[in-house]
Design a binder for this molecule. Structure first.
Ligand code: NAD
Length: 371
């Protein structure tokens, strides 16, 4: 079983899909690991560290590979030389990169999209969306604090008092929870909102104030698989009114709302931004998915009505070392959980296999792409 670790080619991608730690663990399972020269450089991992862990460091890792690991999906053309039916295991952006998925099918590869991992207890340690969102939620607050022209905590000094920043977190999934915790640690007064009712208690347990639409029912409990769906027009209207009355008093807003397979919901309009105080900062974590905030542009600082609107195209890539370590462990936890000692390779079960398998036998086979 030969596992290839590719150097990421996408612009701005700094992460790597295996670390010396996971290389060692794959070798302990009986695999040979080939790492592309320079693959870990942007994540501060040198080729010699991979070699010391037992990897073959090479210019052509894909040659003869049975499994190819990536953070993002590699170009099918870069996979010439892999064994027939080789697995491609990465964050494949199946909806956004449909042509590439078709390319994997045409090449006879078995593409496994890690972002389609079901949200079931036994798959938690394999969930790249969670591991990366957690870091993104942290980074969003740090970046917003950096751009904000004032301090977060209240300070009583001889020269007078500095008041605490007011931070509002919209969308309380994995990223939002970490954003609440980080903003609280920095000393902000934090409030938060979501459409899923289960988040109310989670917000309170982190010492923040829940701000919820009361007049129209949101999503009961956790929502299907922990995910939100598009809300009714009536709900959207009530939410817009609630946000309008709350946002004008906020200094920092972090938006994290996503709906799988769809554009991100619009949560803040330009008219609402106009009511905010000049100098306020909005970090739109959904910027690469179309944005929660009107006017936000990935990797740009947009100033509207004196409010700075920021957001990255790839937030976890701003924390390459930690993001790579967690991503790599997700991949290892996944492959090792299914490792069949006799076969000397991973063999997937139906529940997880069918959820994440995009292509097989020359065809696109995933229900979410066919449906
Ligand atoms: P996500 O990234 O899909 O969305 C972020 C948040 O935005 C969600 O909380 C969602 O409800 C919210 N949102 C969507 N539309 C909104 C709107 N119009 N207004 C306000 N908020 C809106 O979600 P996520 O962070 O990936 O996780 C969501 C849930 O799934 C969490 O409760 C998490 O604990 C759970 N989860 C479970 C597992 C597991 O069991 N394996 C793994 C990951 C996450």
């Amino acid at each position: 079983m030969r596992i290839a670790v590719l150097k990421e080619r996408a612009a701005g991608e700094t992460r790597v899909s295996a670390t010396p730690e996971t290389v060692k663990k794959f070798i302990a399972l009986g695999a040979v690991v080939a790492v592309e020269a320079g693959a870990g450089e942007a994540a501060s991992i040198a080729d010699v560290d991979y070699a010391a862990a037992g990897a073959e460091v090479t210019a052509n890792p894909a040659t003869g590979a049975d499994i190819v690991l990536g953070v993002q999906g590699p170009d099918p053309a870069a996979l010439a030389g892999v064994n027939p039916g080789a697995w491609v295991v990465a964050g494949l952006d199946p909806f956004g990169q449909r042509a590439r998925v078709d390319g994997y099918a045409a090449a006879g590869l078995e593409a496994l999209a890690m972002e389609f991992m079901p949200r079931i207890t036994r798959a938690q340690s394999m969930d790249i969306l969670s591991s990366q969102s957690n870091l993104s939620g942290y980074k969003a607050v740090i970046e917003a604090a950096n751009v904000y022209g004032r301090a977060f905590p209240m300070m009583m000094t001889a020269a007078g008092t500095v008041s605490a920043a007011k931070a509002f977190i919209m969308g309380v999934g994995v990223a939002g929870l970490q954003a609440i915790a980080t903003a609280r640690r920095l000393g902000a007064q934090v409030s938060a909102t979501d459409v899923r009712s289960a988040t109310r208690e989670q917000i309170q347990s982190l010492g923040a104030k829940p701000i919820f639409v009361e007049s129209v029912a949101g999503i009961e409990g956790e929502g299907a698989g922990g995910y939100a769906t598009e809300m009714s027009e009536e709900y959207q209207k009530a939410q817009a009114e609630l946000v309008s009355s709350h946002i004008a008093k906020q200094d920092i807003v972090i938006t994290t709302a996503l709906i799988p397979g769809r554009a991100a919901p619009r949560l803040i309009t330009d008219a609402q931004i106009a009511t905010m105080k000049p100098g306020s900062v909005i970090f739109d974590l959904a910027a690469p998915a179309g944005g929660n905030v009107e006017g936000s542009k990935p990797d740009e600082v947009v100033v509207k009505h004196g409010v700075k609107i920021i957001g990255y195209a790839n937030t976890p890539a701003k924390l390459p070392a930690d993001a790579s370590a967690l991503f790599s462990r997700n991949l290892y936890n996944f492959l090792s959980a299914f490792w069949d000692k006799e076969a000397g390779r991973p063999v997937l079960d139906e529940e997880i296999g069918n959820a994440i398998r995009l292509t097989h036998g020359g065809k696109v086979v995933n229900e979410r792409l066919l449906g």
